[in-house]
Write a protein that binds this ligand. Sequence first.
Ligand code: GAL
Length: 420
Amino acid sequence: MLKLSKLATAAALAVAGTGLCVSALAGEVEVLHYWTSGGEAKSVAELKKIMQAKGHVWKDFAVAGGGGDNAATVLKSRVVSGNPPAAAQIKGPAIQEWASEGVLANLDSVAQAEKWDSLLPKVVADVMKYKGHYVAAPVNVHRVNWMWANAAVLKKAGVAGMPKTWDEFFVAAEKVKKIGLIPVAHGGQNWQDFTTFESVVLGVGGPKFYSDALVKLDAKALTSDTMKKSLETFRKVKTYTDAAAPGRDWNLATAMVMQEKAAFQFMGDWAKGEFLAAGKVPGKDFLCAAAPGTANAFTFNVDSFAMFKLKDPAAQKAQGDLAAAIMGTEFQEVFNLNKGSIPVRLNMNMAKFDDCAKLSSKDFVDTAKTGGLVPSVAHGMAITPAAEGAIKDAVSQFWNDDTISVAEAQKRIAVAAKTK
Ligand code: GAL
């Protein structure tokens, strides 16, 4: 749980010290987000434009830090000090936790007027609701189990196409190493480690195993031979990263692929937003494929904005307009074209989207039918924030410390999974 009361004193002191004026202007909408990289900033600028066109004042509350850990900390202190933003980028089970604190606004009137129930996949709508009432608006669907590559680097290394299995991947990685380039661009936050880890688990064990081990946190699955093999494979991937990875942001790792310093990156399709923002062309400059062994599966990551209770009627109006805009066709298209994701709103025209997005869209629908559609743990879709944090730490310790054996890591992950 968020344990808001414990944070209250510290946060109140922090805000008192700043002397900030906390009253909202009429029609002002303050939006807390962590979209600060090139592609992300371009995407969120589109939402700002739409809101400004409706006559509202956009108050940008950007907190840098991929994956949103920093943003979550800042949000907690703002809410406990009684000064929440109108909207904050919160997703997955964390929405339920915030709603249970009684601080989120009811969006039912907007949702009914805009027919959200019929425009959203049920699995998404359920996450946006607390006790049957909408409290958040979904933005997009990111696919996490992607592998990105620089086409020129693969060519130089003599790698014929995107590897389809982990065995093929390691053959390709060796070839890249031989020409003196970095096979895997990686960064240094625990969510980046886990983004790679969950793709490895999915590729090695398949979607059912992934669900048992990482979503249901089944002790048998976590201590199984399949998990052992996943950890061994994960450790092998590490050997193809560079020594400077610790502390590196995800978008700088993407830049290494763009600049022909590295061949591959395991990252969700916000990486595509970076490639596109830098003018790179999909299928020509950079390639996308499902991570090895995961073509039949889709780890989803749905970004959303939870809305906080506000007192000022003008601010409430702006907030309602924001919620409606987020689910509108204009925003769903232009935002997702920039962000690398696909629209979350059903039946959108995909004509303007590239082949990576079209594949994502097709696989989203197909895997929903076959059972291959699974929530991303790394991106807050699957388990409680507390359990997620503990498992991420255990996995990152293993990734960063070669003295931790596979058996020891398996034990630590199983213990972390019990965190409440
Ligand atoms: C994800 C988020 C994406 C992207 C990424 C890097 O968790 O869902 O929208 O921004 O982090 O910050």
